[in-house]
Design a protein around this ligand. Structure first.
Ligand SMILES: [Fe+2]
Length: 251
């Protein structure tokens, strides 16, 4: 099975279109959540995502924008974006967001894999470090878990004794780029495709991953996109300036 893995689109339609245009041929698409929030095209992003299939895990911004959770713990910029998104979403799309599944979601067609937003143990947990990753690598039901939420492309692996931090071997720059990670039989993995719509790993290019289960191969991708257009739309919508600025920094 060839899988396109995407996460944290955050209503950035321009980034999503660039990712879909660059994605290798795939059989299914898995979406790890945060379809909306921060960006200026939530309705369009939802419509585009719905056309990709139905394996979608809900993110914290999806829950907030759907009115399923409070925003007391959100930053001021994030909270402003949630309130704006709530105003522009129509009822039908809000209902669609409300109905998204909490992770872990287990794809039926690829045994041994699982999809979550935060971690296999807590949908709101950020997995940034070894300490964050260890319990999940030990206790996750699936051998390979795809996660998002941190907006950092990369992941963690364990052979049962040692733990490894996985960082895509990419050079940076402004062109499309990819890095392969052959997966080892028996090892356990936490794999983050990175964020489509608001990367925070120092690289402004939208991130995604391609997983080929038959070849036990993961490929991390970065692609350029019309970032100026996405920024223009954020400013035109009256969303916080910071949310536009950060897109070109990848922070
Ligand atoms: Fe996110």
């Amino acid at each position: 099975m060839r899988v396109l893995v995407i996460s944290d689109i955050h209503a950035n339609l321009q980034a999503l279109e660039a990712v879909l245009a660059a994605a290798p041929a795939h059989d299914v698409a898995w979406n790890l959540g945060d379809v909306v929030g921060y960006g200026a095209n939530p309705n369009e992003a939802i419509d585009r995502v719905r056309g990709l299939g139905n394996l979608i895990v809900r993110g914290n911004h999806d829950r907030a924008c759907a009115g399923l959770m409070g925003i007391e713990d959100f930053s001021e910029n994030a909270a402003r974006a949630v309130r704006w998104t709530q105003r522009v979403l129509n009822k039908e799309r809000r209902e669609w967001l409300r109905a998204l599944a909490a992770g872990p979601v287990t794809p039926e067609d690829v045994p041994g894999t699982s999809c979550v937003h935060g971690s296999p143990l807590d949908e709101d947990e950020y997995v940034f470090t070894f300490n964050d990753a260890r319990p999940s690598l030990r206790e996750a039901a699936a051998r390979i878990t795809f996660f998002g939420h941190t907006h950092v492309q990369g992941g963690f692996a364990s052979n049962g004794e040692e733990f490894f931090h996985l960082t895509p071997d990419l050079g940076g720059g402004d062109e499309a780029e990819e890095a392969e990670l052959p997966l080892r039989a028996g090892a356990r993995y936490l794999l983050n495709p990175g964020s489509v719509g608001q990367p925070r790993d120092g690289d402004w290019r939208p991130a995604f991953a391609f997983y080929d289960s038959a070849r036990s191969l993961l490929v991390w991708h970065r692609v350029p996109y019309r970032v100026v257009e996405a920024q223009k739309r954020i400013r035109a919508a009256g969303l916080p300036e910071f949310l536009a600025d950060r897109l070109s920094e990848g922070q």
